[in-house]
Design a protein around this ligand. Structure first.
Ligand SMILES: [Zn+2]
Ligand SMILES: [Zn+2]
Length: 52
């Protein structure tokens, strides 16, 4: 599994979040602790939604 923002593998991370895409609700968005803190943008691979 990879962070949806930076693409980093999150298996080695302790703190990360997983939530459904706010737009389509079908894709799981994964964000590592760093991207969450930095509020980096993420991209849904299913519908193309970009957020936070
Ligand atoms: Zn990240
Ligand atoms: Zn989506």
């Amino acid at each position: 599994m990879k962070c949806s923002s930076c693409g980093k593998e999150i298996e080695t991370e302790r703190n990360w979040v997983e939530f459904p895409c706010p737009s389509c609700g079908k894709e799981k968005i994964i964000r590592c602790k760093r991207c969450k803190r930095m509020e980096n943008a993420y991209n849904c691979s299913k519908c193309g939604f970009t957020g936070p």
